[in-house]
Design a protein around this ligand. Structure first.
Ligand SMILES: Cc1ncc(COP(=O)(O)O)c(C=O)c1O
Ligand SMILES: Nc1c(O)cccc1C(=O)C[C@H](N)C(=O)O
Length: 400
């Protein structure tokens, strides 16, 4: 039996044993191998019908009545409670709205205020997705803090009496490295500081355990592994113990204790909805709500198990099919340090990715030389993984 036949057989066995495999039917997908769900998740089949109903009936016919009768006004907290179990949070701590960037701003200024005076340093993940870094820098300037970029692994040794907060990515967007959320959070707390985690690349792909690990604040997007759609609203988690003191830097009327009192002075609402700002983006928000129904009855532990099996199998197939020395993985081998993507360094990566896409394998390119492949366990199968690696091998041989 050839190596290709053996890997094809293995892929078929793995697909047969895959209990999550049937979820793929709930998505609009085709013959393309879609390994870019870590940038934009695929469309769940139920969403177009729900959006059509929101537009035609709720907006078209009920109009203003929908704010109450269709539950529009309370959607940010309601959908926050749907996301909560996926990131290990009890209800009442997550609110959906705004972009991740805006929520990073609320969270970073919010934790510096929570940390209190005398602490004037913010630690930030030195390899962070750019928006977090830009916003942390601005938040630091506004709060009189110094921003100190560091590798997350070095934060436990660097956090000290001056540190107000650390802003860390749970999974690095380029390398796919999973950072030690429990350990870093504990070290940050030991020094009397607070931890803010960006969950964009982990929520929906692996267990996060926000409550269990005592995370203070967290943010994340919903358009990657949560499949909420392009630009779907992000979320903000404020641990219950911090809610009463959380002083949002964006105190809009939607987070007022009595929004329709139209009072000149601001009195914050209690609970998660203190993180709201202005009028929610209802069409995107309700598309997200519908997309989350895919998760009914799905365990995040099972998703994690499949995610690791997919990335393991991809690495194995890459080793078998790709000419020696033409790519090197920058994603950790160790499961405890791996998110749900594989990033391969490769000469001419931009051209290689264009060619892969032309041949029906969609990943993405991240400058300067990274081929990035995201594996969404809800809809990616093992035969697709084998095909992606085989096509990558063909492209690299043709290139050289
Ligand atoms: C880690 C991380 N933070 C933030 C963002 C982006 O935030 P926004 O949705 O505001 O563009 C992304 C991806 O776009 C990301 O990967
Ligand atoms: N949010 C995106 C967008 O609006 C356009 C293109 C890509 C994105 C992304 O999400 C990028 C992604 N956060 C990344 O990890 O690179």
């Amino acid at each position: 039996m050839s190596e290709t036949e053996a890997l094809l057989d293995r892929a078929a066995e793995l697909d047969k044993a895959d209990e999550l495999g049937k979820l793929r039917e709930q998505f609009v997908l085709d013959e393309v191998v879609y390994l870019d769900g870590n940038s934009l998740g695929a469309l769940p089949r139920a969403v177009p019908g729900r959006v059509a109903d929101v537009v035609q009936r709720e907006w078209g016919r009920l109009r203003i009545r929908s704010w109450t009768e269709s539950g529009w006004w309370t959607a940010p907290e309601r959908i926050g409670d749907r996301i909560a179990p996926l990131v290990g949070a009890a209800a009442g701590q997550i609110v959906v709205g705004d972009s991740t960037s805006v929520n990073v701003f609320k969270a970073v200024v919010g934790v510096v205020r929570l940390a209190g005076g005398g602490r004037d340093e913010i630690l930030v993940d030195e390899a962070t997705f750019p928006t977090d870094g830009y916003i942390a820098e601005s938040a630091a300037r506004m709060t009189g803090c110094t921003l100190r970029p560091l590798a997350p692994a070095d934060m436990p040794g660097a956090v000290g009496p001056r540190t107000a907060a650390a802003l860390v990515n749970h999974v690095d967007y380029r390398t796919g490295r999973l950072h030690d959320l429990p350990g870093i959070t504990a070290a940050v707390h030991e020094a009397g500081a607070l931890a803010v985690w960006d969950l964009c690349h982990s929520a929906g792909a692996l267990p996060v355990g926000l409550d269990e690990h005592g995370v203070d604040l967290a943010v994340g997007c919903t358009y990657k592994f949560l499949n909420g759609g392009p630009g779907s609203p992000a979320y903000l988690y404020v641990a219950e113990r911090h809610q009463a003191a959380f002083d949002s830097p964006l105190p809009g009327w939607n987070s007022h204790a009595e929004p329709f009192g139209m009072r000149p002075g601001y009195t914050p609402a209690d609970g998660a909805l203190r993180g709201r700002v202005g009028t929610p983006d209802i069409l995107s928000m309700l598309a997200l709500e519908e997309s989350l129904t895919v998760w009914d009855g799905v365990s995040v532990a099972a998703v994690r198990e499949k995610s690791l099996a997919l990335t393991d199998f991809f690495l194995e197939c890459v080793a078998a099919y790709v000419p020696a020395g033409s790519v090197s993985s920058i994603t950790p081998e160790v499961h405890a340090e791996r998110g749900s993507q594989v990033a391969l360094r490769c000469d001419g990566a931009a051209i290689v990715m264009d060619e892969l896409i032309a041949r029906g394998v969609v990943g993405d390119f991240r400058a300067p030389d990274v081929l990035r492949f995201g594996f969404t366990p809800l809809y990616v199968g093992f035969a697709e993984v084998e095909r992606a690696a085989r096509v990558l091998g063909e492209v690299l041989r043709a290139e050289r």
